[in-house]
Design a protein around this ligand. Structure first.
Ligand SMILES: [Zn+2]
Length: 328
């Protein structure tokens, strides 16, 4: 078996395939690797990483899974597609080359012609080509820019009124992802694309804070790594019974956009995601407008005062009792 993930000189694997003991490995494109087991189970599973090129830990998790598959140390029993979404940004060591790729799915890529627009269009095609069976899963793996009061959390894309799945909440909790952020509107993220276009169970999974390659403490990802491997290598996961006490659920309360040149956030740059402020606390000043905490338990997430005019500078979220969710 050649060392396909190590240094190689000039020889591209794109368009080629190779075998392990129990599967065919196809290299569809740079960073697009499909594993077709000889006797596939009934799940189709996608792991994507590097939609943001500097989010290194998920790349290392995916790299290690692929390495173990090629070395016959991980026997895959379900069809699996690995997507290393933005190789150019990884090489560049940046979040993206021209634009944030996670705003370009569900067709939004037609509105431009940057490397990210073109790649997002291709990634959609690969997802469409891959998903064949009824049971479809897509975990889009990220790390956050800042610290988080809940280190690991997942965005549950808009369900259009459909129920939330206990099995998926439990799977995520077993991965160490005990916090769920509900998205209450269509978006142009990769995970929402797979939900909407392919009826997959799909999530944007935030696994911790961004660090440079080699500086990630991989022990912090052990639970996620273990569950990802089990998902693709065992016929049926043996998950514990759903327990509502395991999950913190938040609903988006407000999206605060920057509309004025004179915009500032009234808290320190290093304040963690999911930090709670007192009722009445001034959060942001946008020109003449002041935004204060309006609801008990309201917390901030994804603050960025430097966004372009008209873009979202801050989200606030409020806790939602798990009992209030429509669950199946
Ligand atoms: Zn990200």
């Amino acid at each position: 078996m050649p060392d396909v993930l190590g240094p190689y000189e000039g020889e591209s694997l794109v368009g080629t395939a190779m075998r392990t003991k129990s599967a065919r490995i196809e290299f569809w494109d740079a960073g697009v690797i499909a594993v077709e087991p000889d006797q596939p189970g009934d799940k189709d599973v996608i792991f994507s990483c590097a939609v943001h090129g500097d989010e290194t830990a998920p790349i290392e998790i995916v790299r290690d899974m692929i390495t173990d598959i090629l070395a016959d140390n991980l026997a895959v029993t379900h069809r699996t597609l690995f997507l290393i979404a933005n190789p150019a940004a990884i090489v560049n060591g940046t979040r993206f080359i021209d634009v944030n790729m996670n705003r370009l799915f569900s067709g939004a890529h037609v509105q431009g012609d940057t490397p990210e627009h073109r790649r997002a269009a291709k990634l959609e095609q690969y997802v469409s080509r891959f998903f064949k069976q009824q049971r479809r899963y897509h975990y889009d793996l990220h790390t956050a820019i800042r610290d988080s009061a809940h280190e690991k959390f997942a965005v549950y894309p808009f369900t259009h009124g459909g129920p939330y799945k206990k099995e998926q909440l439990t799977f995520l909790a077993e991965c160490g992802v005990d916090t769920i952020l509900l998205n209450q509107a269509p978006t142009t993220t990769f995970s929402y694309y797979s939900v909407r276009e392919h009826n997959a169970d799909a999530f944007t999974v935030e696994l911790g804070k961004v660090r440079p390659f080699g500086e990630n403490d991989m022990s912090r990802f052990t639970d996620a790594d273990t569950m990802f491997r089990k998902l693709i290598s065992t016929s049926e996961l043996d998950l514990p019974k759903f327990d509502s006490n395991r999950h913190h659920v938040y609903d988006v309360s407000r999206s605060i956009d920057r509309t004025a040149e004179d915009f500032r956030l009234n808290f320190a740059d290093n304040v963690a995601n999911f930090t709670e402020f007192e009722l009445g606390h001034l959060l942001a000043v946008d020109g003449e407008n002041e935004y204060t905490v309006e609801q008990p338990g309201e917390r901030i997430i994804f603050p960025n005062a430097k966004v372009a005019l008209g873009q979202r500078a801050l989200l606030t979220v409020v806790p939602m009792p798990v009992e209030n969710l429509k669950l199946v």
